[in-house]
Write a protein that binds this ligand. Structure first.
Ligand code: SF4
Ligand code: SF4
Length: 108
């Protein structure tokens, strides 16, 4: 079961920043540059995550109901590295009134 498809809380909680060369403006990059904005000389962020209220421009659907990432295959490393094994997962699910996932460790 993929709990993330009924959640999306992390896509509406954090600034999703990453090295600018991950965008398709750079040879070998894949994240659509048009969906990002620069935050420093070498880093960009997904639009919608640079300031509160956070909601990634690529997030489709309603948090806590049904969601998808419109650039899933091209999402940045920041997103690839965050999953239900991260202790912050249940913490941010709670902020949206979502129940904890039993198999996820609690944040310290
Ligand atoms: S907060 Fe956890 S369950 Fe929700 S989308 Fe992110 S990784 Fe998936
Ligand atoms: S790019 Fe996709 S996975 Fe990453 S924060 Fe945005 S909607 Fe979520």
């Amino acid at each position: 079961m993929n709990h993330c498809l009924d959640c999306g809380a992390c896509c509406a909680s954090f600034r999703v920043s990453f090295y600018w060369a991950e965008t398709d403006a750079h040879p070998g990059g894949c994240v659509p540059a048009a969906l990002t904005l620069p935050i420093s000389p070498y880093r960009v962020a997904m639009r919608g995550t640079e300031s509160a209220p956070v909601h990634c421009i690529a997030l489709q659907g309603q948090v806590g109901q049904g969601v998808s990432c419109s650039i899933y295959a091209q999402r940045p490393s920041t997103c690839r590295e965050f999953d239900v094994d991260d202790p912050r997962c249940n913490e941010i699910r709670g902020r949206f009134g979502l129940p904890p996932l039993p198999e996820v460790p609690l944040a310290a």
